[in-house]
Design a protein. Structure first.
Length: 255
């Protein structure tokens, strides 16, 4: 019979310790070893249904997006181990573990630039793949990363979005390397077993929430709107708002 890890995880969280529905393991019992599975971690963007589409590109909050690239590094995954869920459900409180030595976390932690939108088309990019413990995964954190290679379009940039505002060429980028914590949409988490594909989804409506792109200006009249640190066009309020939104714009999903 197939084990539904998510349901067990939910029960383990909400059942109080005092119920005593199951007997505890004796102290001299050997701990159950963790089983592993192959899995992958990927990234993409998600557009709201309210966004408009033209020539394969989407427009949100007045920004028509052509390209979206993000730099990532130092991934950390947190989960409830399948063995702990089975053995510890009567304890009423199972501790989250980190996949420190797992191949999936190690390969995903390498510095890389991920293309999530290209020529207006949404892409799915691979962060890493490999063995990882089976269990119920709740959170994936990572750091934004700006490349130091001067010949790279992402040089000194951790997140780059290009497109148009009111028909004028527009570029947004930031150099922040803050830590992003992506949690699951549901409290029941994600069961990782049998080659699961995990997905970091950059939610465009959350990234651009509260942003008024109609106020973006081309102050130096060079034909481009630049929203970036030390921009000659200003646009500092828009930059600050998007940077503040980044932390809450990424969601962990199962593909």
């Amino acid at each position: 019979m197939k084990l539904n890890i998510g349901k067990i995880a939910f029960a383990a969280i909400v059942l109080p310790a005092g119920l005593g529905l199951f007997s505890c393991e004796s102290e001299d019992e050997k701990p159950i070893s963790e089983s592993e599975t192959q899995a992958s971690l990927k990234a993409t963007t998600t557009q709201p249904t309210s966004s408009t589409s033209e020539n394969g590109r989407f427009t949100i909050s007045g920004f028509t997006v052509n390209e979206f690239t993000v730099g990532t590094q130092d991934v950390e995954m947190k989960y409830y181990a399948a063995a702990d869920l089975i053995a510890g459900i009567d304890l009423g409180g199972i501790q989250l573990k980190t996949t420190i030595n797992a191949d999936l976390q190690s390969s995903s932690s390498e510095q890389k630039s991920l293309k999530l939108i290209s020529n207006g088309e949404t892409k799915v990019s691979l962060l890493g793949e490999g063995n990882t413990p089976e269990g119920n995964y709740k959170e994936v954190s990572f750091s934004l990363y700006k490349t130091q290679s001067s010949g790279d379009p992402m040089y000194q940039k951790s997140l780059l979005i290009t497109g148009e505002i009111n028909g004028k060429s527009t570029q947004f980028w930031t150099e922040t390397e803050k830590v992003i914590e992506a949690t699951t949409e549901s409290d029941s988490g994600i069961d990782v077993e049998n080659n699961t594909e995990l997905l970091l989804s950059f939610e465009m409506d959350k990234l651009f929430a509260g942003v008024d792109f109609s106020s973006a200006t081309d102050a130096n009249n060079d034909g481009k709107i630049e929203i970036r640190p030390n921009s000659p066009d200003g646009n500092t309020e828009i930059l600050a708002k998007i940077e503040a939104n980044i932390e809450n714009s990424v969601v962990l999903k199962k593909r």
